[in-house]
Design a protein around this ligand. Structure first.
Ligand SMILES: [Zn+2]
Length: 282
């Protein structure tokens, strides 16, 4: 099962960097989300492919047409939070306020219930397990925030499961669709999204997808925007990660969609036998 998802945010929503951190800085940059989202929607339309879009409430507020276009083409909308802040830098009450606002903003535009969540930067970590209680309380049925490996920000390396699973925490349970990885020389390697997707030649992406039972993708509008301005303040390493492989990403996605079957989160959730998946006690 291959699940196709996009995180809908602007090209400047880069985490853990002072010049792009909050809404106070975002006003310094041009909006490109309309054209960037249209580019993705056109690729999906060509393939007759449906996907799940984890949208920022802030994007819904500033460019509601983007969300309307996504829904009108039959795609699913989940939330990627409202203000794109790292979960582990927030108090539970702040996280809940932000989540409520994103859910309300998206539901008002789509007329549909928001049931899926992905944290900015996969920033639900072992120190912020309380987030799962807040997600359930606010109507989220499926979380897609677990990145079961180490990562610059976020990541949950002690979550040893990289397939659909049930999280059990504090007497509650929530469905989890984590990012998948494959082990190379004993080291987990991610290839289904972000810089990793842009960096690896398609040869490897095809090979690894073909030999995986479960793939969870996470792509962004900026992964396909070859003309986006460069954020100069990023370190050399982060600039490499942020801007490498932009030119070939669209073609790679085209080939990926041609050669493999993908489903959206709702279809995946319906097909999984949740009685048989691993249960992870946090
Ligand atoms: Zn994001």
């Amino acid at each position: 099962m291959n699940i196709l998802t996009f995180d809908i945010e602007e090209w400047f929503h880069i985490l853990d960097n002072p010049s792009t951190r909050t809404v106070n800085e975002w006003g310094n940059y041009e909006s490109r989300i309309r054209a960037d989202a249209d580019r993705i929607l056109a690729i999906l339309c060509n393939h007759g492919q449906k996907a799940t879009f984890f949208c920022l409430g802030w994007v819904a507020e500033t460019c509601p047409d983007v969300i309307r276009a996504i829904v009108s083409q039959g795609h699913e909308v989940g939330t990627h939070s409202h203000m794109h802040q790292l979960v582990y830098e927030q108090q539970p009450a702040d996280f809940e306020r932000d989540l409520e606002l994103s859910v309300k903003t998206l539901e008002d535009i789509t007329g549909q219930k928001v049931k899926y969540f992905r944290a900015p930067g996969f920033s639900i970590t072992k120190t912020t397990k309380w987030a799962f209680e807040i997600l359930l309380k606010n109507g989220i049925e499926v979380d897609c925030s677990i990145f079961p490996a180490s990562r610059a920000h976020g990541g949950f390396p002690s979550y040893k499961v990289s397939v659909p699973s049930i999280i059990k925490y504090n007497g509650l349970e929530i469905k989890e669709l984590p990012i998948n990885y494959r082990k190379l020389f004993g080291i987990p390697v991610i290839y289904s999204g972000g810089g990793y997707f842009r960096l690896f030649p398609y040869y490897f992406i095809k090979k690894w997808t073909g030999s995986s039972k479960y793939v969870m993708t996470y792509l962004h509008p900026r992964d396909f925007d070859t003309d986006q301005p460069v954020i100069r303040e990023l370190s050399l390493f982060r600039r490499f990660k942020s801007y490498t492989g932009l030119r070939s990403a669209g073609k790679k996605l085209d080939r990926w969609l041609d050669e493999f079957e993908f489903v959206d989160v709702g279809t995946a959730v319906g097909h999984i036998d949740w009685n048989l998946v691993p249960q992870v006690h946090l």
